[in-house]
Every structure is written in C-alpha cells, then in structure tokens.
Design a protein around this ligand. Sequence first.
Ligand code: A3P
Length: 337
Amino acid sequence: MPQQAEDGSSRNSSSEAIALESHASNPKCGTADLISKLPSREGWSELIVLYKNYWLHPYFVESVLRLQNSFKPRHDDIILTSNPKCGTTWLKALAFAVTNRFQYDFDNHPLLFRHPQEVVPFIEIPRNMDFTYLETLPSPRLLATHLPLSLFPKSITSGCGCRVVYICRDPKDAFVSRWCYDNKVHRRHSVDLKTAFNMFSEGFSGYGPFWDHCLEYWRESIAMPDRVLFLKYEEMLSDPVKYVMKIAAFIGVPFCTKEEEDGVPEEMVRLCNFEKLSSLYINKTGEYFRHGNMVIENSAYFRKGKVGDWQNHMSEEMGRKLDRIVKEKLKGSAFCR
Ligand code: A3P
C-alpha cells in the first residue's frame, strides 16, 4: 500500500495513475486491485483515495476509468460542473428550465414533480449506476459532473464541441455546506467542525483540493470562453435574472426580445429559487439515495441557500485562515474570488 505523505499527498501517485490508465485499456486487470494501491486516507465519513492530485471516493475512480473508455460525447452536450455544495442543484434546475422552456408551461413543469438532481444525471453516477443509460438520453443532453476537468474523459477534452458550465462558491460557505450535508447524510459517522476544517484546508476533501478544481475550470474558461462558462454562486444570487440570461445564451438558447418583454427569464428564476424549490413536496420528502448507513434525503440538497452562513459556524479566525490558504494557492493565477 503506498504511503500517505504528511501533507496528504502521495509519493507514488503518478506511477499508480499510469497503472490505472493502462488498466483502462485492459479490462482484464482488476480495477479494485489497482484502486487499492492508491494512497488512501480516512477522516471524512468514508475513506477516499488520491488519484491524479484529487481525492475521490474509490467508486468515482472506477467511474473515471470506465468513462475514459466508454463515454461518447455529442457535440451538443451541455455539462454542468461543480465542486460539491457549490450550487449544483440550483444550476441543474436553471439549466433544465432554460433548455426545456419551449416544451413545458410553468403550471405543469417537471421541476414541480421531479427533483433537480434527477432531471440532470451525473455522468459518474448515472441512474441505477447504469452507464449505458447516458446513451439513451435524447440530444441535446444536459449532464452533470463533480469531476475535475483534468479527469474528464479524453473524448470530451479533445474537441468534441460540447459546452461546460461551472459553478464556483466561496470556499468557506462551500465547506460549511459540505460539513452539514455530510453529517446529515452519514448518520453513524459525524465529523466535528474543527477536524473537518483542518482536512478541507489541507485540500483533503472529496473532489478536492477545492482550489485546484476551481482553477482548472477557470483557466479553461479564459482560454476557451465559448466552451466553458465560469459562474460564481454569490454573483448569481445577487442578480439571478442576469445569469439565467447568460446561461441561456451560452448554451445556445438565448431569450428573444419577446420573451424578455414577457418576463420569461424572471419566471425561470422564480421557478428555481431556493424558497420555491425547497417548498415543493418532491424536494421536501422522500429519499434520493440509500446505501448502507448513507441516506440522502431529497431535502438534503436544500439547507439555507445563503451567502455568508459560514459565519454562523466558523470563527473569524478560521475564515481568515481559509481565505489566506486559498489566496496563497491561487497566487499567480490571476484568479481571485
Ligand atoms: P447551503 O448548505 O449553504 O444552504 P449542491 O447543490 O452543489 O449540493 O449545493 C448545495 C447548496 O446549494 C446548499 O447550500 C443549498 O441550500 C444550496 N441551494 C440549493 N438549491 C438552491 C437554490 N435554488 N438557490 C440557491 N441555493 C440553493
């Protein structure tokens, strides 16, 4: 078993990564065996492994390998991406509403009866873990992922033409949201705030380091602005109509003047806002996923939906510390929050 370095990184990760990649083209190798050789670490509710600089649940490493071989992108795919707890559910709802607005009216809209997580599948966790399901979806597909850009299937990054919308959030709020969510979902295993904060600040969290994840997408959004749209949760909350119009234009379905005059963008924002979605029966009741001690209720995706809630959980000093760390990590990149 490769050793975990003190800073949470691995001494062996690149050779393991090469082994895993070669495995991807040789299905006879045991994936489980290869994954078991990756550096691993406990602390959060489940053990996670370090794969190509990112901490992932072993299942997602398996998904990455599987997608590398099997994912067939389409030129009109729209892929919604995020680090967990940065507003994925909201982005899914908005993008779904915008893309399908000619099909449904507001009184009978699918979002009134279906959870936003369900209407846009994650490519690394498709419905019933059936990866062929993605192939059955009609074009244009709306898909989602928490995977970092560098772990996207090569078929996507090698110029398939599809577009990516990334949502980023103040790491302090994203951290608090994650901590609350994890403790709710993993009922038998709760992590105290200080321990969780220290792990997150080291870059050790699922799909982390958080800042590397953001930076990859941000850089790509600068290099290829017509391919990657980089959004910030806080900016969207302060002017959601502006951003719903931006999303619509980016994904190729801009609002026409008549729609703007009729207030269609405002209606989409109202349909997808926190108060509306979190009050719907489908989002208040029932379970989204259950496995062992892990129970994700539909309501788990809706907590407060506010900017700055970190102040109710973290001290000012912790806030300053995380800001300092993130600033340091992003130094020289010209990306600032
Ligand atoms: P909080 O825990 O801070 O309230 P994700 O969807 O990526 O899992 O992110 C979840 C976060 O987005 C939670 O943040 C949740 O409350 C918030 N959220 C969910 N739906 C939202 C909406 N319609 N508008 C704004 N925020 C929303």
